[in-house]
Design a protein around this ligand. Structure first.
Ligand SMILES: [Fe+2]
Ligand SMILES: [Fe+2]
Length: 329
């Protein structure tokens, strides 16, 4: 993947530094943007990407450059402030009630249903746009939550490994969820290479991935990371069914729909493991972090709600939801 074009002062400064050798000094990042700010979210995404696949033209040593890490910390402070403003800290909850509280959170109305629209009404170019947004996470599916494995022990660790093993296809490349999603992209005539559409997605989409990296890369936020994963797993199965139905309505074949078919089955199981064995077990072992689990779940749902508002608002007006023109049909 190559660095995308900058979107403002923060990304201009960051990408200018990343184009050269590590060690160049950074000024203090006085970021002001919020959860949907294109410049802030792209800068954070690029900083985090150094811990994943990186960028073709960026020196790998930037990953642990002290100046860059200090700069990223400034961006993260702003991101966390914005999250705290949007998602109130959850009330303390007894560990035994965590599972029930997660169920209550994930079954409340999350705003406009993108999946219902895709199932019944979306045309093919709109479905392609949806998949372009989702490619930012699905092509690295499971990686951000994998940071949680070495931060856990005992039952919750075993539960997270069980979920992640499925996400990675049980060790079989063709069953890895990221690979299944590449087939979906190809089936819709889109570029299946990692990060191909980074330059097209707005900040509100990047925030969905950034929050996972934030939670995953900070041990202090491990409770929130587990709650975030539980929220994804507990809402995925019915939405995936709708997406698969929508794709077939539009004439897609088996390979194109397989990513969603797989999630109808897998996430019905993952939901149970995540809520009970992983989050419930973690709350039992760390009662002081039980509230963090719910906070992480609430952040996942709130960012998803904001993203849904963005895309549905555009689509209802007949406008595109990506940064440039609509993806060519
Ligand atoms: Fe998955
Ligand atoms: Fe899953």
């Amino acid at each position: 993947m190559r660095l995308p074009p900058a979107r403002g002062l923060i990304t201009s400064l960051l990408f200018d530094r990343l184009a050269g050798p590590p060690g160049a000094p950074f000024p203090d990042a006085r970021a002001t943007g919020g959860l949907d700010d294109d410049d802030l979210q792209l800068a954070l995404f690029a900083c985090y990407e150094l811990h994943y696949q990186g960028f073709d033209e960026v020196d790998d040593r930037w990953e642990w450059d002290p100046g860059l890490l200090g700069f990223r910390a400034g961006l993260e402070r702003r991101f966390e402030e914005a999250l705290r403003a949007a998602v109130p800290g959850p009330a303390p909850v007894p560990p035994r009630e965590v599972r029930q509280a997660l169920t209550a959170l994930t079954s409340s109305d999350g705003g406009p249903s993108v999946a219902a629209f895709l199932q019944r009404d979306a045309d093919l170019p709109t479905f392609r746009e949806f998949v372009v947004h989702r490619s930012i996470y699905h092509l690295k599916e499971a990686d951000p939550h994998t940071w949680g494995i070495p931060r856990l022990s005992g039952g919750p660790k075993a539960a997270l490994v069980e979920i992640q093993a499925d996400e990675y296809g049980g060790g079989r490349r063709e069953r890895m969820h990221a690979e299944l999603f590449r087939a979906t992209l190809r089936g819709l005539g889109l570029d299946d290479s990692y990060g191909a559409y980074l330059h097209r997605v707005p900040g509100v989409t990047l925030a969905l991935s950034n929050v996972m990296s934030l939670f995953g890369l900070h041990r202090r936020l491990r409770g929130a990371l587990l709650g975030h994963l539980a929220a994804i797993e507990m809402t995925s199965s019915p939405a995936s069914r709708r997406c698969a139905t929508g794709l077939r309505r539009l004439g897609a074949g088996q390979e194109t729909a397989r990513f969603y078919d797989e999630h109808v089955q897998a996430d019905a199981v993952h939901e149970q493991i995540a809520a009970h064995d992983m989050c419930g077990g973690f709350a039992d072992a760390h009662p002081e972090l039980a509230g963090d689990i719910l906070y992480g779940a609430a952040c996942a749902l709130e960012l998803e709600r904001r993203w849904a508002e963005h895309v549905m608002g555009r689509w209802r007006r007949g406008a595109g939801s990506l940064l440039d023109e609509r993806v060519p049909a």
